[in-house]
Design a protein around this ligand. Sequence first.
Ligand SMILES: [Zn+2]
Length: 442
Amino acid sequence: MNRNQNGSGSRKPSGTRTRPLTREEAILAEKRRAEERRRRRETKKLVEKGVAIGIFALIAAAICLIIMFAYIFIDFRSVEKTPDQPVKVTYQKNDTVVLNDEYFDHRNGEYYVSLAKVSELCSFTLHGNSKNMTLTLPDGKSASFDTGTPSVKVGSVYSVLKNKTYFSGGHLFIPVSFFEDMCKGIRCEYDKLGKVKGLNLIFEKDFTFKVLKNEESEAIIYNAPSDSSEKSMFKSDLSDYESYMNPENADEFIALINSSHKLKKDYVPEDLFQISDTIEGLSGEKLRLNAAKALEAMFIEMRAHGFSGVGAVCGYRSYDYQKSLLDNETNALFLQYGDKKKAEELAGSRVFAPGESEHQSGLGVDICNSTLLTEAFSETAEYKWLYSNCADFGFILRYPKDKSDITGKEFMPWHFRYVGRSHAKKIMDEGLCLEEYLEIIG
Ligand SMILES: [Zn+2]
């Protein structure tokens, strides 16, 4: 009683009932406790269920991600396997693009890619024309290419590509090594040994051009020329000759001179200029000013490449002088054969008739390592250099070996004709003779 009075007296207001629990009350209390235990069990079950659902959801998400990555991977694989189909995508990090041979080429031992195509893929800005193209990145960095030269201007620094760029089918093609050597962000993968079907361009990160530092790449950096960057294709400084090699009025120099397009008897060029480098023992040979100065530049460059034993043998010849050459040949052959008609025919195949010779125009020049002009010159390193490089100076090989049926003349590895660089490049690059070229351009 006391315990109850003292123990519950403090909790319960005075005057409330203090007595032992009745049997009914005890049962009720027990029921409440049982109910409480049941509730706790249910809550625990619910929590356990929730955790299970969570784990399940996580596993499902992981499976989804794996499937997604597998899809992307399979997609890339299928792109790589079908290089015949050009893929048009916009530049994305870690993207791979396969170019087919419309935008990809192999020549001069180098792989080339269409600059326009790469720009399109990368959303770069490209502007310019067939002579010069500039690629600009969104951050303003730029690379500028001069068609037909290995020159590239990255920012304000001039550098040299491993090979010359060229223009074909409305596209400027640049050596793939440009991306390997001077850019970061694009990686190139291609089969360097087997038959190449395409080029994989892998966009790895934000694309940028390497800023070339002088100490790193001294050997390949030019001092930026003041005006035209086309000078950078030469070993020597030929900047003073540029306007002669690549004149603005080049069309004045492409006139056809042959047996059906003869020069008049009294035609003498007004601007004849003495040639500087004639072969030993000869002097006083002349050409028209542009041709003479362009030839001078060509010899300067040849000397720089170590070719010393070659020079001009013959430049301008007057109508009368050409006539005397033909007459002398005819007389000599008449003495030999005693047959006037035969002598005339034979002489006509060997010596140009007056009016039919480019030498009278002051634009044709014979270049050789000897005063004796023979086909043997075509076997020399000097000839091979001239053949490969003459167009840069504005000259063409006028009577190529495989064009005799069109030119009407035998192969003359010594006879070069000045037409100016713009025409010369097209003629030599396409392997044409002057007759074919003039037919094409109308
Ligand atoms: Zn000649």
